[in-house]
Design a binder for this molecule. Sequence first.
Ligand code: NAP
Length: 253
Amino acid sequence: MTSAPVPLLLLGGTTEALTLAERLAEHPGLEVISSMAGRTMAHRLPPGRLRVGGFGGAAGLKAFLAEERIGLVIDATHPFAATISRHAATACAEAGIPRLQVLRPAWQPEPGDRWIEVPDMAAAAAALPGLARVVVFLAIGRQELAPFAGLPGIRLVVRMVEAPTEPLPLADATVILARGPYAADHEEALFARHAIEALVSKNSGGDATLAKLTAARRRGLPVVMVRRPDAPAGARVGTVTEALAWVEAQSGR
Ligand code: NAP
């Protein structure tokens, strides 16, 4: 008798999660359920089952794990999505379900980089007046713009994936709508066109948005780099390949 596939919950919204869903789709021993927060329109959907939207905190997630008889959880959410990762750690610990976090490596400064590392967006906003007079390129999501609202004499250029549904909380801002990946030459040309004097960036890691840092280095621009929030304790890998190995090890138990 062959046993039923094990339901695996894949918390996603990242390139790594999409690749994992694609790689695990044909796994005979698994039924993959991908989950996304649903804040932006996905440009590529994962194969297999997909659910969208919050679970209702750690308790809601724990209830979902029980309802769906989830046997394994992979948290491949964004490095700055700290809340869902914390909820996943709590819910899985309470339910006794093995959980793996896939966290792509953070970017590291290279020779020629002018990084100012800060702990959060409020500190990033506070660092700007001494750095740039007019234009700052904010390569951050729309949810984190509020701390930049009251910066006198600083004009902001904000890049985001989708047009904001509400007016931005910024007095003087130019919005650029675009989705990576970008090439360094493209970023350099963009910086030149808008006379960018400094960047604010989350340390997301990965290749898709790395080019802005290469372009900043070439132009000698300072980068206010927001450090990642702490990840919960527990099993953690940096790549899809390692995550696949973890799945195999779990399946063999
Ligand atoms: P978050 O702050 O960790 O999550 C907030 C809530 O959203 C969670 O408590 C959960 O709601 C729900 N949620 C998040 N991810 C989910 C998933 N995969 N499936 C179901 N529900 C999910 O994360 P965030 O609000 O998504 O983002 C926080 C930061 O990460 C921001 O800085 C954002 O820009 C960044 N981010 C970037 C990307 C990217 O691809 N560039 C993607 C995601 C996030 P419940 O408590 O109701 O379960």
